[in-house]
Design a protein around this ligand. Sequence first.
Ligand code: NOJ
Length: 763
Amino acid sequence: MRNMCLLGIVISLASHTAWAQTPAAPLPPKDVFVAELLKKMSVDEKIGQLRLISIGPEMPREMIRKEIAAGRIGGTFNSISRDENRPMQDAAMRSRLQIPMFFAYDVIHGHRTIFPISLALASSWDMDAIGLSGRIAAREASADSIDLTFAPMVDIARDPRWGRTSEGFGEDTYLVSRIAKVMVQAYQGASPALPGNIMASVKHFALYGAVEGGRDYNTVDMSPTRMFQDYLPPYHAAIEAGAGSVMVALNSINGVPATSNMWLMQDLLRKDWGFKGVAVSDHGAINELIKHGVAKDSREAAKLAIKAGIDMSMNDKAYGEELPGLLKSGEVPQSDLDNAVREVLGAKYDMGLFADPYLRIGKAEDDPADTKADSRLHRAEAREVARKSLVLLKNQNDTLPLNKQARIALVGPLAKAPIDIMGSWAAAGQPAQSVTVFDGMRNAIAQQDNLIYARGANITDDQSVVDYLNFLNFDAPEVVNDPRAAQVMIDEAVKAAQQADVVVAVVGESRGMSHESSSRTNLDIPASQRALITALKATGKPLVLVLMNGRPLSIDVQQQQADAVLETWFSGTEGGNAIADVLFGDYNPSGKLPITFPRSVGQIPTYYSHLSIGRPFTPGKPGNYTSQYFDEGNSPLYPFGYGLSYTDFSLSDVRLSAKTLKPGATLTASVTVTNTGKRAGETVVQLYIQDVTASMSRAVKELKNFEKVMLNPGEQKVVQFTLSENDLKFYNAQLQHVAEPGEFNVQIGLDSQNVQQNSFQLQ
Ligand code: NOJ
């Protein structure tokens, strides 16, 4: 059938079964296949391939099918079941050249089974667990006929006021780059064309996480060295891992929007990095070039975007409406159009869609009777991954783990929050299938009367915030306040606390507070919940805070009020069970922060890998003219890499195999880590490097490797890291990636601040 379509013979297929029954002849190689097909396409058909349409109320389904059959749509997103997508693929098979559609979706941290949000996944520092979440997401999504995910999102986030901090993997270049690779491999497997795999569209290229002031969609202004050193490597890692697609960022970079940025899209992405996949604009981004002030109208916007190398336009009419005229007038040469179409067709080839347009849609008779059936979920895996993502921040007097026989007051607006626990971008996740903290704790204890629940507070009593959060939701309001007076709810919670041995307060943000377009000027837990915590503290009962949030919060006061603090982020479908596993000690927490917690919002940025400066603040020696805030401590509240366990670990000094490293050679740095406590547990041994003197100021330390180790009580393990010249390289003022001879400090710790140090010379 394919070959027929290559020969230009139009065969109309009433249904996909004809494809399925035709023995598949091997396709010609991609370049040959795409070149042949391109020759047969009319200009209109080519332009049609560049349109990526959102399935939503804007365009009726019937109209979409007509457009597809006319060859005017290349792909869609937001339709997420086989029976929704099959008629669209059938329509594509009725089009003149039968070019298949692809179907995309934002599968960010799970598809039907919701895994912890990306920031939480990063907290596991466990590449197997992260990869497993991606594999399952791909399998579930492909079983629902999704061909491509707009993920992984690998924007480095160093300003937690930015709501999309929750969507990424944190502040650190090395950690995010490692995860970028793992995620691409998890989604795509050996090939995105194989069953069960989907194509990854890495986003948002580039630097979106550095929007000024953390305000979404704002400008990014950044030195080239910082870009290359800190912000670009994760995208590069994803592309090196074979990501078939890139989504282009909404922001401008040093004044030039990414969507029209020739340097970014052509010089860096295509020429320097050799990217050969399809570049997709973000939602409406081409027309936004007018508002960016670089295009006077939609025509100019389309011209700038196609020239920059934006292959597909996401939900944007500019290409469809303007390219015909631009091509006719010669303002856009045919070759620009062909280049874009070639990438779209190439991506479809890579997704396996030319070989079988119904690869992921399958046959109607095999469709799941109920797409939302619980049997389609991967609960055990979600629970396992979720427990690895929880970070114990404080545990005074061994308040945790809790005794399963204790009377527990469970309070807080997030204790029973099936929507929030899934986090933002929860794809096809169903709140009714989420295990809340209340459910999880109930499941864990035998005597259910021992769990006394009281809501205690609303997430926020600020009606304008509630309205904003609900405005973002099309279906139904997500934040529904209890109409009772705040004091009535607090009194009820205090009463519950007084009857209990220990209080567990589940507090933080609603999921919508850490989302796209949800930036904040402060990072406090909302006032209603702070008042609740203060009232609970006054009862004198041991107080455990279970935090739910999508970004670091400023919790200095609350962590002082609490005896124990567990950071759970938004932990997904099985979150409540996973949290109960940790609270009751059925699982020993092992997560480490992938992002620094500031003491207060004014300290931002607080990322650990800042450059050396001339007047650093020295703890314990507060000189007047050193870099500090006089009204706030200089250190973060919790540093990058930090997280406690129910057991204790000690680290030996750092041993180096040599005191000098020759270019081309390697050196090993090792430590002995010992479990000095009474329980088996895992910890993450982290290796940081400091280039002491170089041609430019360098970071005070940078993560270069880590290993997660499991140790029984009393057990020791030697953890050994191999260092080569490559680990010492940085982008110098000429943007050359070099290692400069001289002294390097090697720091190894169980977080980024509390480290053992040794040093060597690079010759
Ligand atoms: C806009 C977001 O910026 C992007 O991350 C997402 O993939 C698209 N919308 C599609 O939902």
